[in-house]
Design a protein around this ligand. Structure first.
Ligand code: ADP
Ligand code: MG
Ligand code: MG
Length: 884
């Protein structure tokens, strides 16, 4: 088997299409080499080698050592340097690179091959002893951290001690002798911690680093990132071993990162940051504040330091050409990493750049309009879930802003929350439902869980491409980075800025679109869904087959849903219309009634409310279909819980309190989710469902009579399991509806159907269709509960363990279990349609807004998905992508 693919020196064994084998980084390094771009030569150890490693008790494939040596020999030949040679040493970087980019998730080692002897060789060769020892100290720190698992703080403390005693504050102020002293202290510290000296043998270093890259595939950060982005563990990572080029060789050297367009706004302008006389991670780590790439950007930011365009004009020109060439070649916005070694440009990475939803829309629409990509490609390019960022509020421009600090607009959107200084604390409060803003000096991959739990992020250091900025944009969290005026004192639990003090727990608001930090909470406004958004949605609507409806019962939700383009209501939960204070008393009276007469008396009080609600809903929906689900919840949800509640019901109804108490006790159920709920209520107390059907049909008649577009109400019976139940409910519905229509003298269509939320209902779908169901709506929340026998309300306690142990890939309540629950959906669809070919099929569980589940609904041939109003645009786009 071939485990190693070479690149550089004017060609490559691999290419961009080989991401599965070479990882994204390796495949694109090969592609750039093939394009004739300046890429330092190197080779890629395949992802298959990583998979092999884990499948065989962490053993490398037998031929690997030989192939790595051959790859290294090729690099030596191209560069004219020799790995481990004391006079002319080849140094390499060891870089991880999975199929999907996992920025900052995995660890990279630079300057590998340095030891006490080769460092002198490097010094002589470059004529720059300072550079050589700067590189060596970087190597010792990175290698010790990544491979030897030593804490990086130890090294930072040593360096800080040196700086303190030298009275300097920046790394660039250290001389060759200073770095030598730092290196000596580093080595002493490593030997002390490890009980053996820092490894001097380059071969040992190389294999240690390869092993560490493989190991990093299984570290907690990588696991967390994979889970968040649905990346399978089975993919493994590739390892790239590449000859070093040096951005830290003086003032004509530099390192930088760039996007071919602005990743935050989508503006078609080169965008990025660089640092002179620096290496690798310096830019993204936020150690020094980086400089702008272009003159325009420098002016806009009001930076003092010159841009790359001004400082290194010639090599900047070359770089700009390469960026244009790469974007045209990949037909997408590129995120590139480069280094300039003594005036010479080297490309170290390119990939399709991560972007905000706003930028994604703009870039996709502009590229399609410019004929670079097709409209279908534009639709396919925008990740549906990312639209969420655009559907949420921003700060009202007319609101008063008490600006306390300004940083960079690193990730758009606004958020308000309590100040928190620690990622673990953010996670703790966040999972308890608190809105928090994570405030950090800078962030590192160890903070990911806290960033995820926070509503927004503020950092005091770091640029637009710092870790915080990149990760926040990816997650859709608003972020202000590099707010340098803020002084953070985590130990005292506060930050100070412009003479003010904010403690942990104080409320702040951030505006990620302007970079402002505001005191207190600020009025927000709803998003505008025009421009690029509307254009892409129009293209999406042109390709999708699935209809998209919303789950809504309040007028506000219904209006929001229509604003987002919902084509009807797929689920109107009538019990939600009962929780209102004035109504709940009547509902309680109805439930606690001893007999039918008592129930009917109470129902008569509820009926007018119900009817009025439906009139309002039908009016808003203007003739679009509305599925109304009849009363479903366990009765106890409505019961008075306290003595005071009970007394209030007694007073309101004139019923005896003691009697009410007894009745409440009678209604208690051991397992209410499997108890007296759903259509079981309609079967035992038909008068409840009769009242509801009557209210629906009367409302529809009223609309029809007024001349407005009349709806076709879809009356839905919940929790049906048997054909006989359906038959009974169908008859009840028809009898009541016909009576109303006759009274009103109106002709009106309506439909009767059922939710499918029990395995028996799915299996016996033919019976239900035969018994008169005209539509099925898959209630996949309950269907998931009843199929797995897992209570949704209690699953939180153990689902985490199931996901950690790999038993569940995803929470089945979030993304449909396509194998099991999905099988039931498929069976029900087939068996139902076999009896009734025009049977209408939809889904109304939480899954109706989940892109992967929508893909499944398309495959099974459902007619529509229904989801919460805010997810409607996401569902529209996901449905379009599913149809492509
Ligand atoms: P990540 O995936 O976290 O971006 P990379 O493997 O891209 O990690 O490495 C991070 C940085 O290290 C690169 O952006 C680049 O600046 C630097 N780097 C990596 N390999 C080399 C190399 N061969 N020569 C010079 N710098 C390198
Ligand atoms: Mg990189
Ligand atoms: Mg249900």
């Amino acid at each position: 088997t071939r485990w190693v693919y070479s690149f550089g020196g004017g060609g490559a064994d691999g290419e961009a299409g080989m991401k599965n084998l070479l990882g994204g980084k390796g495949a694109n390094l090969a592609e750039m080499a093939k394009l004739g771009l300046p890429v330092p030569p190197g080779f890629t150890v395949t992802t298959e080698a990583c998979v092999h490693y884990y499948a065989n008790g962490k053993q490398y494939p037998a031929e690997l050592a030989e192939q790595v040596n051959a790859g290294l020999a090729k690099v030596e030949q191209i560069t004219g340097k020799t790995f481990g040679d004391t006079a002319n040493p080849l140094l390499v970087s060891v870089r991880s690179g999975a199929r999907a980019s996992m920025p900052g998730m995995m660890d990279t080692v630079l300057n590998l091959g340095l030891n006490d002897e080769t460092v002198s060789g490097l010094a002589k060769l470059s004529g720059d002893e300072r550079f050589a020892f700067d590189s060596y100290r970087r190597f010792i720190q990175m290698y010790s951290n990544v491979v030897l698992d030593l804490d990086h703080h130890m090294f930072e403390e040593i360096l800080d001690d040196h700086k303190d005693s030298l009275g300097v504050s920046v790394d660039t102020a250290l001389t060759a002798d200073n770095w030598k002293a730092v290196v000596a202290d580093y080595k002493t510290a490593v030997a002390r911690e490890l009980g053996r000296p820092f490894p001097q043998d380059p071969q040992e270093q190389l294999w240690g680093a390869i092993g560490a890259v493989f190991a990093s595939w299984m570290n907690d950060r990588a696991k967390f990132y994979r889970r968040m982005h649905d990346i399978p563990e089975a993919w493994g990572t590739a390892v790239n071993i590449q000859s070093m080029v040096f951005g830290n060789m003086g003032d004509s050297s530099a390192t930088g990162v760039a996007f071919t367009r602005n990743p935050s706004t989508g503006d078609n302008r080169l965008y990025g940051e660089f640092l002179i006389n620096a290496q690798g991670e310096d830019v993204v780590a936020g150690i020094r504040t980086p400089q702008s790439l272009t003159k325009v950007a420098r002016e806009e930011m009001g930076d003092v330091a010159p841009s790359m365009e001004e400082a290194l004009p010639e090599v900047f020109g070359q770089f700009r050409d390469v960026a244009i060439k790469l974007e045209a070649h990949y037909r997408d916005m590129q995120d590139v990493e480069f280094t300039v070694e003594q005036g010479r440009l080297w490309m170290l990475q390119t990939r399709n750049g991560k972007r905000t939803a706003k930028a994604a829309l703009k870039i996709a629409v502009e590229m399609a309009e410019g004929g670079v990509i097709t409209r279908e490609e534009a639709v396919a390019r925008v990740e549906p879930a990312a639209l969420d960022q655009l559907l949420h509020p921003t700060i009202d421009p007319s609101a008063e802003r008490d600006v306390v600090a300004k940083g960079l607009p690193a990730s758009p959107g606004a958020a308000t929350g309590k100040v928190v200084f620690d990622a673990d604390e953010a996670e703790k409060l966040g999972s308890a439902g608190e809105a928090v803003i994570l405030v950090r000096e800078e962030t590192s991959p160890e903070d990911i869980h806290g960033m995820h739990a926070a509503r927004g992020i503020i950092t005091a250091r770091g640029g637009m491409t710092s870790h915080a900025a990149v990760v926040a944009r990816g997650m859709g969290r608003p972020c202000v980075s590099g707010a340098g005026e803020i002084g953070i004192y985590p130990k005292e639990g506060l930050f100070r800025v412009r003479g003010r003090e904010f403690k942990a727990g104080d409320i702040v608001t951030i505006d990620g679109s302007t970079g402002e930090v505001l005191s207190g909470s600020v009025k927000m406004i709803e998003p505008e869904l025009t421009g690029d958004f509307a254009q892409l949605m129009e293209w999406a609507d042109g390709v999708r087959r699935l209809k998209v409806r919303a789950n809504a019962e309040t007028p506000l939700d219904a209006k929001t849903a229509r604003g987002f383009g919902a084509e009807g209501i797929g689920l109107c939960r009538t019990e939600h219309m009962f929780f209102d204070d004035t109504r709940i008393a009547a509902v309680r009276e109805m439930i606690l009634a001893d007999d039918e007469a008592g129930r009917r008396a109470a129902l008569a009080k509820i009926a007018p409310f119900q009817k009025a609600d439906f009139v309002e809903l039908f009016t808003i929906m203007e003739g679009l279909p509305v599925t109304v689900r009849l009363l479903d919840p366990p009765l106890h949800e409505f019961l008075p819980h306290s003595e005071a509640d009970l007394a209030a019901v007694a007073a309101a109804t004139g019923l005896d309190a003691a009697k009410l108490m007894r009745r409440a006790r009678e209604l208690h159920e051991t397992n209410p989710m499997l108890g007296h709920r759903g259509c079981r209520l309609g079967v035992s107390y038909p008068e409840i469902y009769e009242m509801q059907v009557r209210a629906i049909i009367e409302a529809a008649c009223e609309i029809a009579k007024s001349g407005k577009p009349a709806p076709v109400p879809e009356i839905m019976h919940p929790l049906v399991a048997k054909g006989e139940e359906m038959k009974f409910l169908r008859a009840l519905t028809d009898r009541t509806a016909k009576a109303v229509l006759a009274e009103q003298g109106v002709e009106l269509e309506y439909q009767v159907g059922t939710m499918i939320e029990l395995p028996r209902a799915a299996l016996r779908a033919a019976d239900l269709a035969e018994a008169g169901a005209e539509f099925f709506s898959f209630g996949t929340n309950d269907l998931t509960q009843t199929t797995f026998g897992i209570s949704r309300d209690d699953a939180g306690k153990f689902l985490g363990a199931y996901i950690d142990k790999g038993i569940f890939e995803k929470d089945p309540f979030v993304s449909l279990d396509q194998e099991g629950v999905g099988d039931l959906v498929r069976i029900a669809a087939e068996r139902g349609r076999a009896v009734k070919s025009g049977l209408k099929l939809g889904i109304c569980g939480e899954h109706g807004g989940d892109p992967a589940s929508i893909q499944f609904c398309e495959q099974v041939g459902l007619d529509y998905v229904s989801c919460s109003p805010f997810r409607v645009p996401i569902a529209r786009l996901a449905a379009a992508q599913a149809a492509l």
